[in-house]
Design a protein around this ligand. Sequence first.
Ligand code: 13P
Ligand code: SF4
Length: 347
Amino acid sequence: MQTPTSWTEKGYVCEPIPDGIDLKSEIRRLAKEKNAVILAHYYTEGALQDIADFVGDSLALAQQAARTQADIIIMCGVHFMGETCKILCPAKRVICPDINATCSLAESCPADRFAAFVKAYPGHKVISYVNTTAATKAWTDVVVTSSNARQIVESFPDHQPLIFGPDRNLGAYINSITGRNMLLWDGACHVHERFSVEKLLALKQQYPDAEVLVHPECKKGIAALADVIGSTAALLKHAVGSDVQTFLVVTESGILHKMRQMAPQKTFIPVPPEDSLESEACAIPGTESTPKCCACNECNYMRLITLEKLYNSLRYEWPVIEVPEEVREKAIIPIQRMLEISERLGL
Ligand code: 13P
Ligand code: SF4
C-alpha cells in the first residue's frame, strides 16, 4: 500500500479529504471493506468514540485486541496502546492514525534507565503499568492497568519485594490500599498531575452534593478529596449506577462524552487544571443540564487523533505500528500474564 507523500516518516501532514464525501459513512465503508476493527479509548474526541466498533479503557482495549478476528486493527488511542495490539497480534496490521500520539507517562520511563533500576534491585518482581513502551514492558514480570493493578499486586505473596513503574501516583495509591511498600519509578502523566486542588475544592463548595470521581494517576492531594478512585471504565460504571446526580470528574475530559451518553439525566462537571484560563474555549458543548465548561483538561496526545486522520489511515492502511521481534517476544509474556490473571479474577 502506497503511503501518501504528504506524510513524512515521523511527522504528520493530514492528506486533504476529498470534497463532498461523508467522512463518517466512508470510514464505516472502508472498515467493512478491509475487515478493520476500530478501537477507541475514552479520552479520544466524541466523534471517534461514536464511530468506533469498541470504546474502552486500557484493559478492555487490550482484551478486545486479543480476541479480534479483524485483519486490521485501528487504534484510536496512543502509541503504547497500538504497541500492545501489535504485541498480541503480530500477524495483523496495526495502525495508529497519528504515529506521534505518544504518552508522557510512557516517555517518563525509558527502557534503558528502567532496566538499570530493575538490575539494581535483584530479587524484586517487576510490575509495569500498561502505559509503557514495548521495550520497557520487556523488563517487566507482569503488566497492570488501573482496572486490575490492586488485584495483581495482591496476587503476589506479602513477602515478595516489588518494583512498580512508571506512575508514582498510581504506585503510591496502590501501596496505600494494599499496605505494600513497592519501590516506585518516579514517573507521571502530565495531564493528571495538573489538576488543581484549589479549583476542585471550590467546585465541591459550589456542588456540595456532587461525588468526586478521580483517576489514580492524579496526585495525592486530589486523591484525598475523591469519593471514588478508579480507571476510566470504573468511573463510568460508578457514575451510571450511582444514585447521585452530579459528578466532579477528575480525569481527561474525553470520558465525559460517554458519561453524558450513558447517563443523560445526570450532570458531569470536568475539574479544570491549574493553568486553565476562564476564557479558554471548551471542546465539550454545554447542555441545559450540563453547564458549559471553559477549562477541560485534555491529553494533547489523544487529541492528535481525528476523524480525518482515521479516514486517511483506513484509506492508506498507514501509519503502522511495528515492534521488533526480540522486544515483542519478551513484552508479550507480562501482557499475557495480566490477561490471564484478569480473566481468572473476572476483570
Ligand atoms: P485507563 O486504563 O483508566 O483507561 O487509563 C488510561 C490512561 O492513559 C490514563 O491516563
Ligand atoms: Fe498518557 Fe496521560 Fe495521555 Fe493517559 S492522559 S495517554 S497517561 S499522557
